[in-house]
Design a binder for this molecule. Structure first.
Ligand code: FPP
Ligand code: MG
Length: 261
């Protein structure tokens, strides 16, 4: 018993020391301005822990708040979280009900959470929002309205989001603008195109992190991720620690970003 207690104290001390060391190291380098997070492995984590899959999303939801705070403390200005893909909409009704319930709690918390005001975070939902229920759409609008005064930090919440759908939606808007005579076809270039995306020409992600060991983007920010550094980690989303995030940033800082040059 006493041995276990000593062991846990020692481990805690080592962990804290390592976290501080990493933090100092990372603070000396160039911080990514925009990070994309693919929050994967929630159900697998829950099953391994002996919980129901829904519990995985509940723990995952709590972890989102923790990780966002780490990002804001580090001075990362834009964070995009992949909460629900268009493919995820085919999951069982029970699972979707639980995810939408959590999303509602999340947007309600944005309206009340002092951290949003403290870090001056502008919130924007991106995706096929029209497929969501009226209550959720209303909460999203309220959260966006309440935070539109902020420009310091930005949080994009990708919900009912698909990268191909986003590109198709942008294409339709561009065709409409051309037909109305508001846009000349010869003026369409990458810059103009990106302004028609849900992210409206905002800075592309410098770094995209996916948890759970899966190594693919699953349509996440399909256009915007063209030159992003990708970092895949084996840990499941609910168990991600600050040292995992710091290691990802350290790896990003060590990689030489050349944009094809
Ligand atoms: C992927 O894990 C994650 C999701 C489909 C949903 C992620 C949503 C949350 C963590 C909670 C909602 C958060 C907010 C901010 C509203 P998975 O279900 O695919 O798990 P698996 O890969 O282990 O099967
Ligand atoms: Mg998954």
């Amino acid at each position: 018993m006493i041995i276990n207690w000593i062991r846990s104290r020692v481990l805690k001390y080592i962990y804290e020391y390592y976290e501080k060391k990493l933090l100092n190291e990372v603070r000396k380098g160039k911080m990514p301005e925009h990070i994309g997070l693919i929050l994967d492995g929630n159900r697998r984590w829950a099953i391994e822990m002996g919980f129901s899959p829904e519990k995985g999303h509940e723990f995952g939801f709590e972890k989102v708040k923790e990780v966002l705070k780490w990002c804001w403390e580090l001075g990362i200005n834009i964070v995009t979280i992949y909460v629900l893909s268009t493919e995820n909409l085919n999951r069982s009704k029970e699972e979707l009900d639980n995810l939408f319930r959590l999303a509602k709690i999340g947007f309600r918390e944005i309206l009340e959470n002092p951290e949003i005001d403290r870090y001056k975070v502008r919130v924007k939902a991106i995706g096929k929002l029209e497929v969501l229920d009226d209550e959720l759409i209303d909460l999203i609008k309220k959260a966006e309205e309440k935070t539109k005064k902020y420009s310091e930090n930005k949080l994009y919440i990708a919900i009912a989001y698909g990268g191909r759908t986003e590109i198709l939606d942008a294409t339709k808007k561009i065709v409409e603008a051309v037909l109305k005579g508001e846009l000349n076809i010869n003026d369409i270039n990458e810059d103009i195109f990106s302004k028609y995306l849900y992210t409206q020409g905002d800075k592309d992600p410098d770094l995209i992190i996916r948890t759970s060991g899966e190594e693919r983007l699953s349509g996440f920010l399909l256009w915007q991720s063209a030159y992003s550094e990708l970092y895949f980690m084996d840990v499941y989303w609910p168990e991600i620690r600050k040292i995992d995030l710091l290691r990802a940033i350290r790896t990003y800082q060590k990689r030489h970003r050349r944009f094809g040059r």
